[in-house]
Design a protein around this ligand. Structure first.
Ligand code: ADP
Length: 329
C-alpha cells in the first residue's frame, strides 16, 4: 500500500473480463463520488484494450444518468490477452500517465485483478478493484456484483421449467453458468428444489444419481430437476442426459440457460452492493490505499489484497449441495 491519495486529481474507471449486472451501478457510484470530491473522471472504453488504444472519455455526472438499472456495462468490456506481457503493461501505464490519469478503478473479476496487481508491482501505478462477476468465485469477498441477479434469473427459468416437467412427468437437466465454479448451480439448486446439483467442486458419480432417481421413482416421484454447472465444458448436460438414457432407459430433457444469466437489470441487492462498493473503492484510493479490491465480509466492506484470489480458491458451499439432495426425497 502507498500514500498517493492526495495527489490523485484524475481517475480512470474501466470494466474488464466478463460483464455482470450491476457494473453500471458501481461505475455510477464511484464516478459521482469522485466528481463530488472535485476530481476528474475518465471512462476507459473496452477494459485493458481501451488503455492501450487511449480510449479515454471524460465523464460528467450527467453522462451517468439512467444507468443504475441497466445490465451489461456502458464502458464495454473486453478480454485483452496482450496484457499478460510486461512490455504491453508498460505501454498501458505510459498511456495513462501521458493523459495525466493518476489512478484507476477496475471493475471485474480475479483475472482483471491479476492484471492490476502486475501494474502496481511493476510501475507503482495505483489501482483499486471492485469485484463484479456472476460466478461469485472471487476469494476474499462473500459476494460479487452480479451474482444475485444471475441466480434470480436462473431461478425464474427453473421455476418455469418445473411446471412443464411436472405436467409431463419428465426429468430435466438444467445447465447453468459458472466456468470452474459451482456457486450459481448450488444456489439455484437449493432455491429451486433440485433433485441433485452437479458442481465442479464436488463431483458426483452418475451411478449415484441414477440410484437416487430410481429410488425416487419407486416412491412415486415422476419428475425431477437436476442442476448442473457448465464447468470447463459448456454442454456437459447433454453427456449427463445420455448416460441417464443408457443406464435407466429414460429420456431426460436438457435446457442450457446460457448467456441470459449474464444480462438483465440488476436486482436491488446487486445495485446496493455495487453502490456501496463503488464508494468504498473511492475511499480506498483517496486515502492512499491501492493494490487492493473492495470485499464484503459478513455485511461489512473491507480491503482485500489483489493477490488473495491468486493464491486461494473460493469454493461453492458444500452444505447447499447436500441440503438440496437431502430435501428432494
Ligand atoms: P475476469 O476479470 O472476469 O476474471 P479474465 O480472466 O478474462 O476475466 O481477465 C480479464 C482480463 O484481465 C484479461 O483479458 C487480461 O487482459 C487481464 N488479465 C487476466 N489475467 C492476467 C494476468 N495474470 N496478468 C495480466 N493481465 C491479466
Amino acid at each position: 500500500m502507498a500514500q498517493h491519495g492526495t495527489q490523485i486529481a484524475k481517475v480512470g474507471i474501466f470494466t474488464s473480463g466478463g460483464d455482470a449486472p450491476g457494473m453500471n451501478a458501481a461505475l455510477r457510484a464511484a464516478a459521482r463520488n469522485l466528481l463530488h470530491e472535485g476530481r476528474e473522471v475518465f471512462g476507459i472504453i473496452g477494459g485493458y484494450s481501451g488503455i492501450l488504444e487511449r480510449n479515454f472519455q471524460p465523464l460528467q455526472s450527467r453522462s451517468l444518468a439512467n444507468i443504475i438499472q441497466r445490465g451489461g456495462t456502458i464502458l464495454k468490456t473486453a478480454r485483452c490477452l496482450e496484457f499478460h506481457r510486461p512490455e504491453v503493461r508498460a505501454q498501458a501505464v505510459h498511456n495513462l500517465r501521458e493523459h495525466q490519469i493518476d489512478a484507476c478503478i477496475v471493475i471485474g473479476g480475479d483475472g482483471s485483478f491479476a492484471g492490476a496487481q502486475a501494474v502496481w508491482q511493476e510501475h507503482e501505478y495505483p489501482m483499486v478493484g471492485i469485484p463484479a462477476t456472476i460466478d461469485n468465485d472471487i476469494f476474499g469477498t462473500d459476494s460479487t456484483i452480479g451474482f444475485d441477479t444471475a441466480i434470480n434469473t436462473a431461478l425464474e427459468a427453473i421455476d418455469r421449467i418445473r411446471d412443464t416437467a411436472t405436467s409431463h412427468d419428465r426429468i430435466f437437466i438444467i445447465e447453468v453458468m459458472g466456468r470452474d465454479s459451482g456457486f450459481i448451480a448450488s444456489a439455484v439448486g437449493l432455491a429451486g428444489g433440485a433433485e441433485e446439483v452437479f458442481t465442479p467442486e464436488y463431483p458426483m458419480p452418475v451411478d449415484q444419481l441414477v440410484e437416487k432417481l430410481k429410488s425416487s421413482a419407486s416412491k412415486g416421484k415422476k419428475s425431477s430437476i437436476i442442476v448442473a454447472a457448465e464447468g470447463q465444458k459448456p454442454g456437459r448436460a447433454y453427456d449427463l442426459a445420455e448416460q441417464i438414457r443408457k443406464k435407466m432407459g429414460l429420456d431426460p430433457k436438457v435446457c442450457i440457460l446460457g448467456h441470459q444469466q449474464r444480462g438483465g437489470p440488476p436486482t436491488a441487492a446487486d445495485r446496493i452492493l455495487a453502490t456501496r462498493m463503488g464508494c468504498a473503492a473511492v475511499q480506498l484510493l483517496t486515502t492512499g490505499q491501492c493494490d487492493v479490491f473492495v470485499g464484503v465480509e459478513s455485511g461489512k466492506l473491507v480491503a482485500i489484497p489483489f493477490e488473495a484470489p491468486q493464491r486461494n480458491k473460493k469454493l461453492a458451499p458444500k452444505d447447499y449441495v447436500q441440503l438440496a439432495s437431502m430435501l428432494s426425497h
